[in-house]
Every structure is written in structure tokens, then in C-alpha cells.
Design a protein around this ligand. Sequence first.
Ligand SMILES: NC(=O)c1ccc[n+]([C@@H]2O[C@H](COP(=O)([O-])OP(=O)(O)OC[C@H]3O[C@@H](n4cnc5c(N)ncnc54)[C@H](O)[C@@H]3O)[C@@H](O)[C@H]2O)c1
Length: 401
Amino acid sequence: MKVAIIGQGYVGLTISAFAADYFDVTGFDSNQKIVNQLNSGVSHIEGVESSTIKKFIKKGSYKATTNGSAIQECEIVVIAVPTPLTSDRKPDLSFIESACKTIGQNISKPVLIINESTSFPGTLRNVIKPMIEKYSSNSVTHLYAISPERVDPGRGDFNQKNTPRLYAGLTPEASARTRQFYSKFCDELIEVSSPEVAEAAKLFENTFRQVNIALVNEFAQIAYSLGISVYETLDAANTKPYGFMKFTPSAGVGGHCIPVDPTYLAAVAEEHGAPATFIRRANEVNLEMSKYIVRRVAEDNGGNLQGKSILVVGVAYKPNVADVRETAAELVIKHLRDQGAAVSWHDEVVGSWKGQSSAPLQGADITVVVTKHDSVDEKKILASAPYVFDTTGKVKGAKGL
Ligand SMILES: NC(=O)c1ccc[n+]([C@@H]2O[C@H](COP(=O)([O-])OP(=O)(O)OC[C@H]3O[C@@H](n4cnc5c(N)ncnc54)[C@H](O)[C@@H]3O)[C@@H](O)[C@H]2O)c1
């Protein structure tokens, strides 16, 4: 069975690495550099080892390409392209649309098309299917299904195999074929009654996180104003064995999912005349966290950061990954610079970002820890400046939330 996976990023390459054990996988990506790198056996994402890519290339079950015609031979096509926000924070389906164009122009026999990209309910039925049909030159009927991706890059305990997977087809045959495909490399498959339920469940999972993170970020500010430790209070609340789930405060949310997906849900809610006030406010609270942190740092330093040399430690959006998409560090750095500080950053996992390289972990007036990778030594952080503000709760002895 030949499978094409459109998009070879965090999601697409991860699926490729599991599927290539059972299928002939063609990883299609529009980025020539990524394709060249993959074909030389080098993985560009955490969680997929280069040795795995090399193994499948050698076995002949994996190749990457920018050539859409490679899709022609495939029986299954999986979509795993970005679904970001536009500059005015609206759902941006342009990558889905261009993937659909490539698929539509290159399929001639009946195929099963599965969407793994996160989007609002109705995307499979009302966007993907009509778009592929529009670009197909023949009247062949295809099968369509959704199986939203839940991968958490860099995570060790849950992966493609042991994370339960939701799915639904537009027809019973599409559902059955989708189940057959994933059952090769996923232990638990849960069919829901419609693609819209699967699409909405994915958005709600991440909205749940966004809202709870906002709540704990707001609570961190309340705890500080009351003169109590937010961390001790959360640990105390967490002793309740039911009805409570612990979230920890931070400089905000980052990555391709948590800051983005709730906005997809809010957009579709508002389009249907339903309220999304809670979701919108949670997003604002998380975005405002960077300003709060800079205010706290300024207060502790005589109210003025003008001319101070400030080192931001950790610009990845979460520990132990190089992913900087929507990172909270960006806003923290912006607000520090707005205060007149000379800001550099240290993150050897990321290496280079926005045309700048990771600075040494030393010699600053002030250090602000946004993300702490396991490889970064706590003592070195504390020694890097006379004043250290830690937003992660991991650097003992530093000032913090
Ligand atoms: N990263 C995660 O942790 C995660 C988890 C669950 C779901 N998702 C969802 O999965 C989808 C993909 O996210 P990702 O993190 O893998 O993105 P990514 O940016 O890591 O990878 C996407 C890849 O698609 C390629 N691409 C873009 N347009 C293309 C096109 N038209 N044809 C072929 N290739 C194209 C890009 O070059 C890139 O390599 C998104 O909808 C995201 O919300 C992501």
C-alpha cells in the first residue's frame, strides 16, 4: 500500500516515521530544503531520529519529494500542513487549500484522503472535499476522513502508538478504511459519529488547556498581590484527589496549537452566533502575561529598565524543543525592549532565531527565564546576572511568579 503524507513537519514526519514500518510512504513537502535534508537521512524535528529516517530510506519504504506527481501512485493521502492564523488572527486555511490543489491535480484513481491538520468543524466536508473535487480533472469518487493529530513533540511517555486517536469518515467506507490504516501503528482508535465531532473535539482539547493556563496565570497575579506563593497554593489544591487538574503559570502559551486552535473555535462559534467570550478572554490573559512579567522585573529594579542589559533564557515555546512558533519569549523581549533594555537571549537548543544567535549565559544585569530546557544548568542561570526572574518555577533561589 502506498501512502502520501502532505507536509513533513512535526506532524507529517512523525506519522511517516510510524507508517513507513508498514507502508510505502512518500513524504511530500513544498520546502525543497526539508526534502533534501530528509532524503539525506537527516530529521529536522524532535521525536524522529535521523537513524529512523535512514533505516526507512535504506529499506525503500520512505522518500521525500516536492513533486506532486508522486501522489498519483498512492492509495491513501494524509494532509498534515500548517493551519496558522492570519495577521489579523483569523483562521488561515491557505496551506490546506494549496495542499488540496496539489492532491486534486495529482489523483486519478479513487483514494482515501485523511486530514490530520487542526481546523474548525466542517473543514473536511465544506472545504477539503469541494476543493479537491474542484481541482480533480475527472469524476472519480474519493473517500474522505478526519483524524486530528494529538502528537506532543518531544514527549516520551505518549506517542503515535499509545495515544488514543479519534477518527470519522464522511462515509462508513471512509471510516472503515481509516481505521484499517491507523490500526497498523496506533493501539486505540475511537470512532465518532461525524467528522465535525472529531474536528471540534481537537479544538476543545486545546481550548481547555488555553483557558486553564489563562486561569492559572491570572491566579499567579492574585497570589502575588496577596503575598502568598502560587506554587505552594497550587500544590495544596492538587492534594484534592478529584475534580482538580494542576496547571502551572508561565510567560504565556506558545507553539502551533494552544495559542492558535482556540481562535479557530472562537471564529466558528461567532460565525454561528454563539458566544466565545471566555475563549477570547483566555487568549488575552495569556498574551498579557508577558507585560505583567516585564512590569514585575521593572518594579524589582527601581522601576526603570532603560539601558539595562537583559538576557532572556529560553526562547523555544516549551522545554527541550527547538520550536519557536508563537513563543511567549517574543512578547517578553518586545516589552523589555520597549522599556529601553538591551536584550539578548540564550537558547542553545534553538541556536539561531530572527537572524540572531544564542548569547552566552553570563554577564547580564538581569536574567529573565522564559523556558528552561533540561540541559541548562540552574546554577549557571543564577550566576548569569545579579537579578534573575524565573517564569517557570524551576530555578530555585530566583525571583519568580
Ligand atoms: N506541532 C504539533 O505539536 C501539532 C500537534 C497536533 C496537531 N498539529 C496540527 O498539525 C498540522 C501541522 O502542524 P505541524 O506542527 O506539523 O506543522 P509544521 O510547520 O511543522 O510542518 C508543516 C509542513 O508542511 C509543509 N507545507 C506547507 N504547505 C504545504 C503544501 N501545500 N504542500 C506540502 N507541504 C506543505 C511545510 O513546508 C512544513 O514542512 C497543523 O494543523 C497543526 O495545528 C500540530
